[in-house]
Write a protein that binds this ligand. Structure first.
Ligand code: MN
Length: 247
């Protein structure tokens, strides 16, 4: 036993040292219908595989809480989830396909505003991509099948996206189009000022945007990284971006 400890201790110390300077990446929580916070483990494992330290952020109720937490972090990931109340972009609910969690809307919006104000890197995924666009002044299609004639289904499928040359995705993949997963029925309609669309689906849906601070993706790279290391590299790029800003 003593020998085992002697052998293992240097390895454990090395492991803890190699993580000690790693960036702290906050991840917005999802919620169960019961009100409990919950989150797919894919988000944390993506950040860990990319060399960051994931920190799951609980449901928040004040701007003070949000800025106190963001102050401690090096970057923030906004996770997927239900639809955003269209009141946030000046519309009423279109139909019964729109499913809202107003507690999560409030928590996420406090966190988005604090994260944007901090200037720290943001990776916004699916619902995250949508709510960041809304809070920066954009709007959404509430239901792609009801509002965009001829659109393909984006629920539970894989589809191609075309990549703009000047984008993180193109720099990473070096090809004009890639295949991504798709689990959404809403999407970005009016793109917020300051955001640049960097990927479109063949039927004209916004699938990614970026600016100097924010990377938004309509798909789920945290799921794809389990089987495709190219997506681990995507998260590594994000963690590196946050590390450059570590004080
Ligand atoms: Mn899609």
């Amino acid at each position: 036993m003593k020998l085992l400890i002697r052998l293992l201790l240097p390895a454990l110390l090395l492991l803890s040292c190699s993580r000690s300077g790693a960036p702290l990446i906050g991840i917005s929580t999802a919620r169960l219908a019961s009100g409990s916070d919950c989150l797919s483990p894919n988000y944390s494992s993506a950040i860990l595989r990319a060399g960051g330290i994931p920190v799951i952020i609980p449901t928040l109720s004040s701007a003070e809480e949000a800025s106190a937490i963001v102050e401690k972090l090096d970057g923030i990931v906004f996770s997927g989830g239900p639809d955003i109340d269209p009141a946030w972009y000046g519309e009423t609910v279109l139909n019964e396909t729109v499913q809202i969690d107003s507690v999560r809307d409030r928590s996420d919006s406090l966190l988005v505003l604090a994260a944007l104000a901090s200037g720290k890197p943001i990776l916004a995924i699916c619902r995250g991509e949508q709510i960041v666009n809304v809070l920066m002044g954009g709007s959404l299609y509430q239901d792609i099948p009801s509002q965009i004639e001829g659109a393909n289904t984006h629920r539970g499928v894989f589809h191609k996206i075309g990549l703009e040359k000047e984008s993180i995705l193109y720099r990473l993949f070096q090809v004009d189009s890639i295949e991504v997963n798709s689990r959404h029925h809403q999407s970005v309609k009016d793109v917020a000022p300051g955001l640049r669309v960097t990927a479109w689906s063949p039927d004209g849906i916004v699938e990614a945007y970026e600016n100097d601070q924010v990377w938004g993706v309509q798909f789920h790279p945290e799921s794809m990284q389990k089987e495709n290391t190219a997506w681990v590299a995507f998260f590594r790029q994000f963690v590196r971006k946050t590390a450059r800003q570590v004080r």
